[in-house]
Design a protein around this ligand. Structure first.
Ligand code: SF4
Length: 390
């Protein structure tokens, strides 16, 4: 299935293009107190390492706003300041960051929003209008009785139209709810009525397992519809996991390809090697590779090569020996105890070759580490918006 992405206006968050056919961007949010510069910078570096492209930091106190210049000076990726309630913090943050997020449900009087707009306009940075099911305006709650997809959409549209009335269009929009159906319906409704880039997320999704599943379903349904320009998987877990899960969602939909994709068989009674251990170890030790590679670990040779045909490289277990294969072809037999290290070494070589191939072919290094790698087999068809292979 090829996803035809909905065309939105394009904005730029720092150096990262958002919307208008740009690749879907993976975001996350820091968890330390933003006033703690060291801890915040350290976490942003960890997020950068796993491919995070935009990071949001909460700016909830004057001390947090004061910390922003030092955080910006020590980090590379664009920063969004997350503001609730106090528009003065937004004014301060707008002097430093790459985008300001406000929630129309809790920022207060309209003149305060206008002040924020003036500040972001001065620096030509975008605004994110972040509507949330938990903090809808009182009038909308009275009208609808409780948060609904229609109420979320109306809140976002009201803000968008009011901003358009003062000539401001440099914005992206999010309509988050923790209820998957509500969030999906709200985004779908909004996208029928406006073409601003959309930031997708299921808010307060939950722990690593449940939150990832909820997000994969909610965000995945929308992305499959062609809706969404940036995503954040909200998890009650290390935000590094949010980025990893975000890329897995995009990889599953073939919207982005980044790094090693470990394909492992589910194992059955024929299994000859410890597939689970090998697959986990591979994911851990190959996390630094940024070029797309499918690496397969199969429990036996019975269906091994056949099942691993889609992989660039892989192993299949056997009695005492396993086999190493590339693109579905047998390369050589390897002793069981050497399978892991042999595969690791071969993947590193293949990654280097592919990296050289990609930089030779395109030279398009969009975000410092993203490489446009449209091979003939993955080239978009006529009239389709291309997807980025990293
Ligand atoms: S590859 Fe072998 S062990 Fe794995 S599921 Fe298939 S038959 Fe079973």
């Amino acid at each position: 299935m090829f996803i035809k992405r909905r065309k939105t206006k394009q904005i730029k968050v720092g150096r990262v293009p958002v919307g208008g056919g740009a690749p879907v961007v993976v975001q996350s949010m820091t968890t330390p107190d933003t006033a703690d510069v060291g801890a915040t910078v350290e976490q942003i570096h960890q997020l950068e390492q796993v491919g995070c492209e935009i990071v949001r930091v909460t700016v909830n106190t004057p001390e947090a706003a004061d910390a922003l210049p030092a955080i910006k000076a020590q980090t590379q990726i664009p920063i969004i300041a997350d503001i609730h309630f106090d528009y003065r913090l937004a004014l301060k943050a707008a002097e430093v960051v790459d985008c300001v997020r406000i929630n129309p449900g809790n920022i207060g009087a309209w003149w305060k929003v206008e002040e924020v707009v003036k500040a972001v306009r001065d620096r030509n940075i975008p605004l994110r209008i972040g509507v949330n099911g938990g903090s809808l305006e009182r009038e909308l709650l009275t009208k609808y009785g409780y948060p609904t997809a229609e109420a979320l959409c109306e809140s976002a549209l009201n803000a968008v139209h009011a901003l358009e009335d003062i000539g401001f269009t440099n914005m992206k929009v999010s309509l988050k709810a923790s209820d998957v159906h509500m969030a999906v319906d709200a985004y779908r409704l909004f996208s029928l009525q406006a073409d601003y880039p959309l930031h997708l997320g299921i808010t307060e999704a939950g722990t690593l397992l449940t939150g990832s599943i909820k997000s994969a379903i909610g965000i995945g349904m929308l992305l499959a519809d062609g809706i969404g320009d940036t995503i954040r998987v909200s998890l009650a877990a290390d935000p590094v996991e949010e980025v990893k899960v975000g890329f897995e969602i995009l990889k599953s939909l073939e919207l982005r390809h980044r790094g090693v994709n470990v394909i492992a068989c589910p194992t059955c009674g024929r299994v000859e090697i410890d597939v689970v251990k090998l697959a986990n170890e591979l994911e851990k030790r190959l996390g630094h590779i940024k070029v797309p590679l499918n690496v397969s670990v199969l429990g036996c040779v019975v269906n091994g090569i056949g099942e691993g045909k889609e992989a660039d490289i892989g192993i299949a277990g056997g009695e005492g020996h396993g086999i190493l294969f590339k693109q579905g072809k047998l390369v050589r037999k390897v002793k069981s105890e050497d399978l892991m290290e042999t595969l690791l070494a071969e993947v590193e070589i293949m990654a280097k070759e592919r990296e050289a191939e990609i930089s030779g072919n395109s030279g398009n290094d969009r975000q410092g580490h993203d490489v446009d790698e449209h091979s003939p087999s993955t080239s978009p068809r006529k009239g389709e918006i291309p997807v980025l292979k990293l």
